[in-house]
Ligand binder design. Structure first.
Ligand SMILES: [Zn+2]
Ligand SMILES: [Zn+2]
Ligand SMILES: [Zn+2]
Ligand SMILES: [Zn+2]
Length: 492
């Protein structure tokens, strides 16, 4: 399909979901140097600007057991579920959900196939719900699905095979073919989205045609979030110039080049050759650096040609060359050491960083970064390590690690990315806790550092507002600061 017709079809999709902003549209579809087609900016776009809003063509439960069971009507989990009274074989939480519009189509389709689970409900049917839901799409929407079909690797249709084992009457051939296509399109293009039910979040998968066209970059220029109705918002994290490709990431950006490229090759079937991947210094972050093996040398081992999978590595100080094979065995040794620690509590992890990891790898290494991130996300937030449980030292370390990661984000030029919002908020909370304790101690209410705290909170709110996964206590509006006054919080 030509880029122009693709643009037209996406506009139609947005119009029917009342999400189109007509002539003011920021994007267009073009052939991408990154491969296939991509989204491109049609004008200069400022940091924080909304690029587009998208709705899923089809959305529903994820197939993995840890996300199931749930009610297909309201996506509630962990509640009593009953077999749908109409005999579709799906579980349901209430008569309201049973007769909800979300459930009507799938209910009658499934009933016509005569589920074999009798008067009970079947988890297998729940797993296959997304392709079943896709059968309600009209021709225009099916055409959009067809566009995303990829023929370059084998189709995975396990949900469909499971479905067929659980029904008496098999679907018609063309319906089966279409469902198989949906399975494989979901496999490569679906996004993890979420439903907000009461106070808990249910993870779902959805096919969002706009974001499915965004290609990967290891230095993406957008962030995205979902509201509680699974509507997707995509915003610029850095200034985007007219004609620039609009990108996102398909991998963990805190990983080093070898890990990112390996992960992209295994899960998305391509080799990333972006400027970050090509740079042995990784834009100055040295995330992949290993300690030199020579005695008393303080240099770093870095890949000579990061885009070549077999590249030798070289020490920045003494010039020692290590074969790729040797590097691989060092790396796998290190990751198994770290793997063991990830199940431990944050204080044990801190001890591990101090006594072991800091001796094994340079401070810039991604294993160190991963560990710090884990510690930040446990301190103040997990059982036995809630804010009142933390010692003064715990707080100091959390604060330091937050600052380390914020400075890494700056080095890598990720702009106003979601991670910056989350870590800014964690740093703000640490400072707030520390100041709260000092206030209690010295009965003094004017403390230094309030400007910094306010700035951190402003950053966090600007990045995370409206995001369904934002921290629970994040204020929706920040009290007046100069920066905040300029911003319209109702936008986006
Ligand atoms: Zn329900
Ligand atoms: Zn039903
Ligand atoms: Zn890359
Ligand atoms: Zn050396």
């Amino acid at each position: 399909m030509e880029p122009e017709s693709m643009t037209r079809m996406l506009c139609l999709h947005l119009e029917r979901n009342q999400l189109s902003n007509g002539e003011a549209r920021t994007w267009t579809v073009q052939k991408s140097p990154l491969g296939g087609r991509g989204l491109f900016a049609v004008r200069d776009i400022a940091v924080g600007e909304l690029l587009y809003v998208d709705a899923p063509l089809v959305v529903g439960p994820r197939a993995q057991s840890k996300h199931l069971p749930l009610c297909p009507g309201c996506y509630k989990t962990g509640c009593p579920l009953f077999p749908c009274d109409r005999g579709c074989g799906l579980p349901i939480c209430s008569t309201v959900c049973e007769s909800s519009s979300t459930h009507q189509n799938e209910c009658s389709i499934l009933k016509s196939w005569k589920p074999t689970c009798g008067s009970s409900w079947s988890m297998d049917l729940l797993r296959a719900l997304v392709p079943i839901r896709a059968l309600s799409l009209d021709n225009q929407q099916r055409e959009l699905i067809n566009f995303f079909q990829s023929n370059s690797w084998p189709q995975r249709t396990s949900e469909l095979d499971i479905l067929k084992k659980n029904i008496e009457i098999q679907p018609e051939k063309n319906e089966e073919e279409f469902m198989a296509r949906v399975c494989s399109v979901m496999d490569t293009n679906a996004c993890e989205t979420a439903a907000f039910v009461g106070k808990s979040v249910t993870s779902l998968r959805g096919l969002y045609p706009m974001i499915a066209l965004q290609n990967h970059s290891c230095r993406p220029n957008t962030r995205h979030y979902y509201n509680s109705e699974q509507i997707l918002y995509v915003l610029a994290t850095v200034p985007i110039k007219k004609g620039d490709e609009i990108t996102m990431t398909y991998t963990d950006l805190f990983w080093d080049t070898k890990l990112r490229r390996g992960h992209l090759a295994a899960t998305k079937h391509f080799f990333c050759n972006c400027s970050r991947c090509a740079d042995p210094l990784e834009n100055g972050s040295l995330l992949g650096a290993l300690r030199c093996a020579s005695d008393r040398c303080t240099g770093n081992l870095l890949a000579i040609q990061p885009l070549n999978d077999e590249t030798p590595w070289k020490c920045t100080e003494c010039g020692l060359i290590m074969k790729n094979r040797q590097i691989n065995s060092i790396r796998s040794g290190l990751s198994s050491i770290v793997e063991e620690v990830t199940y431990k509590n944050p204080r044990q992890m801190m001890k591990f960083i101090k006594n072991e990891l800091s001796i094994l790898v340079p401070a810039t290494n991604y294993l160190m970064v991963e560990m710090k991130l884990r510690i930040i996300s446990s301190l103040g937030k997990t059982d036995k390590f809630l804010w009142p449980d933390l010692t003064r030292d715990d707080l100091t370390i959390k604060e330091k690690y937050c600052r380390d990661l914020l400075s890494l984000i700056k080095t890598l030029k990720w702009g106003e990315c979601k991670m910056k919002g989350l870590i800014s908020y964690e740093l703000y909370r640490s400072l707030e806790e520390r100041d709260g304790r000092e206030k209690r101690l010295i009965q003094q209410f004017e403390l230094k550092g309030d400007d910094e705290k306010q700035n951190l909170l402003t950053t966090a709110v600007l990045i995370l507002k409206n995001d369904v996964t934002a921290p629970e206590n994040l204020p929706t509006v920040i009290s007046v600061t100069e920066k905040a006054k300029e911003v319209d919080f109702n936008q986006a």
